[in-house]
Design a protein around this ligand. Structure first.
Ligand SMILES: Nc1nc2c(ncn2[C@@H]2O[C@H](COP(=O)(O)O[C@H]3[C@@H](O)[C@H](n4cnc5c(=O)[nH]c(N)nc54)O[C@@H]3COP(=O)(O)O)[C@@H](O)[C@H]2O)c(=O)[nH]1
Length: 709
């Protein structure tokens, strides 16, 4: 509704009438305009619509009725009230005017009071009509806005993500969806009284930073992962995608918030699996290395010094081999639990792989604390492990190195701990060793030896020497033992006592052992073709040759390749190698023996087996270890043991060879007690094949063999 003066358009072809009407309306405060014809009236309305029209019914050209019907037919002008002014009091004319759309009639001469009343009433009615129209328009707008809002809310609530709109002015939420409320446990009203800062979603500064444009003038969206606080005190991990937007004249931040609890849990599980050992639940090697790097970096703040400890279970392989892998696993699980009780809260225990474990110990003051822990480990290992009814006793070898005294680099510390552990093994197991500089020198030397041995295998730097065995009583050479020799370039002959253990540890013995068998068979053949005649040759077989190689195949192939009778080859095995991998070893020996190959047990007496135990194996000979022969003539115990071995072996139909016989007195003792053969420096040192050939020739010519040696 207009607040300015109402406008009235006066239409009449007579100027006098127009003026009179204008005069009559002036006191009412109306603003009047005039038109002299129907055409002029229509154009005036088109340019500016009046609030009311006073129009003469009869006019030349377009008359009052025509103007009325045109205006009433147009929605833009249909609401303008029209008073038709007529000079003719005629019912037909009046009816035509009403039909054309005029609201009122006035007769000329127009009564001023009536004119005033009719104009006022019609304008009031029009105002009311305008108001209704406006209310209607407003209602329509409100309905449209409500529908918009509903659509917006429905859309917001339809997404599984939480949506939050934040006003920049207040830094509070101005709109949130149902998911937000469900996620955080607040009602919508409660949410609208809060802001992102209160939920822990961001700091005020971080939110303000959202509005900083890039150098190119863009407001960039941001992605972040945070933990939101819920109403009940709980938390929820979320990923928030934020974008600052201009909404009308206000800036808002639109945040799309996604619950990533499941993703985080999955990540944590993956992380755990990547850093922990599945079997024992202990941290794994990768984690241990990472922890050691971190500890060494922080040593000065965390602890003045740190011990790195490597631990290896002794003869764990035996448990796997004899009781099976499931029992081996069970042992590792039980051991891990015991090990964890040996360290403090700040220390680390990890499984490095197999039966190898690593510890990082915080040594507040005293490096000897590491020795205390090693002692505790020995103690917790003392009670036997119960593996589904089987009682198993286990010991461990422990190597310790201390940072920063021994080294600063984690890799070096790990190497040193490993070296110290190796030394503990070498010292007889079930003990611990602190790393020393000498150990490092030894380790480097061993590394050098290992490297040179690998080259020796490639370059075929090995040779076989042979040591004769004498048949007691007859004093004839009945065989020889093949002994490996290595002429190391630049070093000369290296003692087998030094390099054979390295060949065994590295597994190179499998390849070298195959070469020994082949070379021995070639030599048997050579002697068979020589005047000396056939000679039985025994070769030493290492335990790993049973476990890893194809010993049976190697032996049969060598015999066939050199066309050698099986009876001329003897295999010498230590008691220990017989006890490892028992089933496989026994099967292999039985098969070879079935081909006629002889089997002898070397170094007898140094292991823990009894003769009764050895009966299970298909063996032909026992070689009494040099340790019992050395003092056999002076030590009553050794004499008794040797005597007992000879008697028991004979009762089992097994021949006896005495090793390391150096004196005629030893020989006499052994002859007197029924020993079958002797081997030792008294007969001959190990010799190259051609010298053994000469020795056998001399022997055949009845030259005393001791003189030839
Ligand atoms: N798996 C393999 N092991 C092998 C092979 N060749 C040798 N070896 C083993 O190396 C160890 C040391 O051997 P070696 O230095 O050759 O010593 C042998 C003899 O020289 C020594 N011996 C012989 N008689 C005497 C003696 O009167 N006194 C004395 N002090 N030593 C003597 O004994 C060694 C032979 O021992 P054994 O094998 O137990 O019969 C040694 O363990 C070898 O077995 C190989 O090819 N494979």
């Amino acid at each position: 509704m207009s607040t300015s003066a109402p406008t009235v358009l006066i239409v009449d072809d007579e100027a006098k009438s127009r003026d009179r009407l204008a005069c009559l309306l002036a006191p009412g405060g109306y603003e009047t305009t005039s038109a002299a014809s129907g055409e002029e009236a229509l154009s005036s309305v088109a340019s500016e619509a009046p609030d009311l029209i006073l129009i003469a019914q009869t006019m030349p050209g377009i008359d009052g009725c025509q103007v009325a019907s045109i205006l009433k037919a147009d929605p833009a002008t249909e609401n303008i009230p029209i008073i038709m002014v007529t000079g003719v009091e005629d019912t037909g004319m009046r009816q035509a005017g009403l039909e054309a759309g005029a609201e009122e009639f006035l007769s000329k001469p127009v009564d001023p009071t009536e004119l005033g009343l009719r104009v006022r009433n019609l304008l009031r009615l029009k105002d009311m009509g305008d108001l209704e129209d406006q209310v209607l328009v407003l209602e329509q707008k409100i309905a449209a806005r409500t529908a918009d809002l509903l659509r917006f809310r429905t859309a917001m609530n339809a997404t599984p993500d939480a949506l939050m709109l934040v006003s920049r002015d207040t830094m509070r939420f101005v709109e949130v969806n149902d998911t937000t409320c469900a996620m955080l446990g607040y009602t919508r009203a409660e949410m609208l009284s809060l802001g992102p800062v209160a939920l822990g979603a961001a700091t005020h500064d971080e939110l303000e930073a959202m509005f900083e444009p890039t150098p190119g003038g863009r407001i960039k969206p941001r992605l972040s992962e945070v933990t939101l606080h819920c109403k009940d005190g709980g938390v929820v991990d979320v990923e928030i995608h934020r974008q600052a937007l201009l909404s009308g004249n206000d800036w808002i931040i639109v945040s799309v918030v996604r619950d990533i609890t499941e993703r985080r849990v999955a990540q944590q599980i993956l992380q755990y699996q990547a850093s922990h050992d599945v079997l024992t639940g202990l941290p794994n090697r990768a984690w241990f290395y990472e922890a050691l790097h971190g500890t060494v970096r922080a040593t000065h703040s965390a602890s003045p010094s740190v011990a790195v400890v490597f631990l290896d279970l002794d003869r764990f392989k035996n448990v796997n081999d004899t009781l099976g892998h499931a029992m081996g696993d069970e042992l590792l699980v039980q051991f891990s639990a015991r090990l964890a009780t040996c360290v403090g809260e700040r220390d680390t225990v990890a499984r490095l792989g197999g039966d190898e474990f690593g510890l990082i110990l915080m040594l507040d003051q005293d490096p000897a604390h590491a020795a205390t822990v090693a002692g505790r480990i020995a103690e917790v290992l003392y009670p036997p492990f119960n593996l589904r009814g089987f009682e198993v006793i286990v010991t461990a070898s422990v190597g310790i190195t201390v940072h920063p005294q021994d080294g600063a680099d984690p890799e070096v510390l790990i190497k040193y701990a490993d070296t110290a552990m190796y030394e503990a093994k070498q010292a007889g197991r079930d003990t611990y060793r602190f790393f020393t500089a000498q150990m490092n020198a030894d380790a480097l030397q061993r590394q050098d030896l290992e490297h040179a041995l690998r080259k020796a295998v490639e370059n075929e730097e090995f040779e076989l020497y042979y040591q004769p065995k004498l048949l007691l009583g007859a004093d004839t050479i009945v065989g020889v033992e093949a002994l490996l020799r290595w002429d190391r370039p630049g070093h000369g002959l290296v003692s087998p006592g030094l390099f054979v253990p390295v060949l065994e540890e590295t597994g190179l013995i499998v390849r070298v052992g195959r070469w020994v068998i082949d070379t021995a068979c070639r030599q048997i053949k050579a002697w068979s073709l020589h005047a000396t005649g056939a000679v039985q040759v025994s070769v030493n077989i290492a335990g790993r040759q049973f476990a890893e190689g194809d010993l049976e195949g190697d032996v049969l192939r060598a015999l066939a390749a050199h066309d050698v009778p099986a009876a001329l080859l003897e295999l010498e095995l230590t008691e220990t190698s017989l006890m490892i991998n028992t089933e496989r070893t026994m099967q292999c020996l039985s098969n070879l023996r079935a081909h006629g190959i002889q089997v002898s047990v070397d170094d007898f007496g140094t292991g823990y087996s009894s003769l009764a135990y050895l009966r299970r194996f298909p063996i032909d000979k026992l070689k009494i270890d040099i340790a019992f022969i050395r003092d056999v003539t002076t030590n009553a115990d050794d004499a008794a043991i040797v005597n007992a071995i000879i008697t028991m072996a004979h009762s089992l139909n097994v021949q006896v060879v005495a090793e390391g016989v150096e004196t005629p007195a030893q020989k006499a003792f052994l002859l007197a007690h029924g020993c079958d053969q002797i081997q030792g420096y008294l007969v001959s040192r190990p010799l190259p094949a051609h010298l053994v050939t000469s020795l056998m020739a001399l022997h055949a010519a009845k030259v005393p063999v001791s003189a030839a040696a």
